[in-house]
Design a protein around this ligand. Structure first.
Ligand SMILES: [Cu+2]
Length: 508
């Protein structure tokens, strides 16, 4: 792929001026927020929040064309360190291995990227080339899948395309970042086991269009099943786990017991929370209590206009970003409430202060994929059979499709009817390498994952713009393991995908 792309500085004739304009806008905003940052930094009693507010030193102003807004620090999370001084390259090291983690004051065995659960956040900008020197220190093969990123299929971590990295082996993932949004990374080999045991990490792609917040948090929501020793229970594909997927008995936020994950903030603060559901099977039904909030982004990036839903449905694998404004002092909670149980996933203690939250002006957002009318239709129906203690899952009558269920030329816009008529279980359907829109008011914005309810077909309009061979599967990890897995081939027309060609690549 490297050979097909012109050097970054030749890519867009308008880039220099645009970047300079962006810098000017940023400079003005910077002055405007500086006083606020001082308030925030001084007002949080020196806890982790205060030091993580915003790094204002990198980026530099020496050359207008190169100056960019600094990447936002993500609250409480280590970031993968960019070892390459070239501003167009982000070069990092990622190692999957066994580790020990502290859960409720007890050390347990986990699998971890760079020793932490979740793994460190990968931060980059659209148009940058990301190079990940990956090392497999597990005693089993693995790959890394960059969930949601529209990158070449050879870098997507699909074990059907990339030979899994053997124990002790290495692989260099390289791709150009297409667009800004919240994504995440995880293995795609024995996923129901490796991911459950701790292999997952957040990705933040930020561009100059992203509104500036006082603080950004990435809340990685999970549930796990523990065994008698307090370790993550071994994987199971039979019994209830094979049927419904594994529902954990302990909720985690950012790798900790969710009930213990707390932060402090100050009245008047406005934050961006990026939410991802990394559970094996559990759909999260979320709302925020005690603060004003709105939905600002989905899997595929910023919404054209923020929305104010009463609650959020976060499918396994999906991301939703919310803006949270602290109007009053007191307790704020992110709550998962599915009607049967209610769990606090994250809590903020908001101190009193003199300021009211500022209004975040909404930028003019051009979606990463413009709406297009579908010209073709395709139906995928989901089914299962019980086999003794286990279950097998099917898409259109076949388990583990080994040849493409569908082959379309690049640029195809297709309405896909997803039918789930049997089994009493909703499925988070995930399409690799592409975005789609859901023809349902509860699912605004661009998506790569949608919850397909039972007995109520849902239609999506998929934009097959990224050539390659792509997995399409249920993100209930046990279902995928038990056959709920197909492949869609997008044949190249020879044209580069719109976000990588000359004049493209900015994602807007
Ligand atoms: Cu499923």
């Amino acid at each position: 792929m490297a050979g097909a792309e012109p050097p970054q500085h030749l890519r867009c004739p308008g880039e220099t001026r645009r970047a300079r304009d962006a810098w000017k806008t940023w400079s003005m905003r910077f002055v405007a927020v500086l006083s606020l940052l001082v308030v925030v930094a001084c007002g949080t009693n020196g806890d982790a929040d205060a030091t993580k507010v915003r790094r204002v030193t990198d980026g530099g102003a020496d050359d207008g064309a190169k100056s960019r807004r600094p990447l936002a620090d993500i609250w409480g999370m280590p970031a993968l360190e960019d070892e390459n001084p070239d501003p167009d390259i982000v070069e990092v090291r990622l190692r999957a291995g066994k580790a020990r983690a502290v859960l409720d004051d007890k050390e347990i065995d986990v699998l971890a990227y760079n020793g932490t659960v979740p793994g460190p956040v990968l931060r980059a900008r659209p148009g940058q080339r990301v190079i990940v020197h990956f090392e497999n220190a597990l005693d089993e093969p693995t790959t890394v899948h960059w969930h949601g990123l529209r990158i070449p299929d050879t870098m997507d971590g699909s074990p059907r395309i990339q030979d899994p990295v053997p124990p002790g082996g290495t692989f260099t993932y390289q791709f150009k970042v297409p667009e800004a949004a919240s994504f995440w990374y995880h293995p795609h080999v024995s996923t129901h086991d490796q991911l459950e045991r701790g292999l997952y990490g957040p990705i933040v792609i930020q561009d100059d269009l992203d509104p500036i917040y006082d603080l950004e948090r990435f809340l990685v929501l999970d549930d796990v099943t523990l065994d008698a020793e307090g370790n993550i229970a071994p994987p199971k594909l039979d019994g209830l786990d094979g049927l419904t997927g594994r529902y954990g008995d302990l909720f985690l936020t950012n790798g900790k017991n969710a009930k213990t994950v707390k932060a402090s903030a100050k009245k008047g603060q406005v934050e961006r929370w990026r939410l991802v559901n990394t559970a094996n099977a559990r759909k999260m039904r979320l709302r925020i209590e005690g603060a004003r909030w709105r939905l600002i982004a989905t899997d595929g990036g910023l919404l054209e206009a923020p929305l104010e839903p009463k609650e959020l449905t976060l499918a396994v694998g999906g991301r939703l970003d919310v803006e949270v404004s602290y109007d009053t002092a007191g307790s704020v909670a992110l709550v998962h409430d599915d009607g049967k149980e209610r769990t606090t996933m994250f809590a903020v203690d908001v101190e009193d202060g003199p300021d009211a939250p500022r209004t975040i002006p909404w930028p003019e957002v051009k979606p990463h994929v413009a709406e297009r009318a579908p010209k073709q239709e395709f139906e995928m129906s989901f089914d299962f059979v019980q086999q003794g203690a286990s279950a097998q899952w099917f898409i259109n009558g076949e388990s583990h499709w080994m040849e493409p269920i569908l082959t379309v030329p690049q640029g195809t816009t297709m309405r896909m009817r997803l039918v789930n008529a049997k089994g009493g279980i909703a499925h988070p359907f995930h399409l690799h390498g592409q975005f789609f829109r859901v023809e349902h008011p509860d699912w605004p914005g661009l998506r790569d994952t949608v919850q397909v309810p039972e007995n109520e077909p849902i239609t999506i309009v998929a934009y097959f713009d990224n050539p390659g061979t792509w997995m399409a599967h249920c993100h209930i990890l046990e279902h995928a393991e038990l056959g709920f897995m197909a492949e869609i081939q997008v044949t190249s027309t020879g044209a580069p995908p719109p976000w990588t060609g000359p004049g493209g690549g900015h994602g807007h």
